[in-house]
Unconditional design. Sequence first.
Length: 178
Amino acid sequence: MKGIVMNILADMVEQQFGMSEWNEILSEIDAAGAYTAAVLYEDQELLDLVGVISRRQSIPVEDLIFAFGEFMFPAFYERYPELIDAEAHLLPLLASIDSVIHVEVNKLYPGAVTPVFEEEWRSDSALLLKYRSKRNLCRLAEGLISGAAKHFDTTYELEHEPCLHRGADHCGLLVTLR
Ligand code: HEM
């Protein structure tokens, strides 16, 4: 994972639990602590950080990853507003992750490993995203979708079927506007 992801995790922990808590978390996994946005770190390091936060704060890992995704969307918006302002509504924005947003991310952060999102319009108000990644971070995707919906002040329902965690070859994330 690129250091920018760790930077945003640090911001979330510092805002919610304080700077000293983040330093304690870093010392538990013997991390150097100063993550550089463009450097690629081992995925395991992020998972170790999440595991320590989950234990110390008694938040189930899957809930924590979702909350991290929700926090991440406005954090990306602060850094790259033009990528998100290109679309005025939730579903077209989600439909542009693979073909626009993550393409730009890969230019900004050469060597980034972004997931694959294949989109399938079911109707004007329903979009199926097929998520594929060896990282199996579908809860992060769900949190990012929730963050994006808040950004556009939109309510939606999500059906998550099938799921990589249950042996499927992709996660189906069907987003239907309410
Ligand atoms: C709702 C919209 C979005 C969704 C659902 C989404 C989903 C994801 C997911 C699930 C990952 C984790 C990697 C993996 O699963 O393999 C990821 C990585 C990433 N995404 Fe997105 N993303 C969204 C929007 C954005 C935006 C707006 C930006 C920045 C402008 C962005 C930048 C990144 C970056 C930098 C990474 C890390 C890549 C790496 O560390 O190598 N994403 N995205």
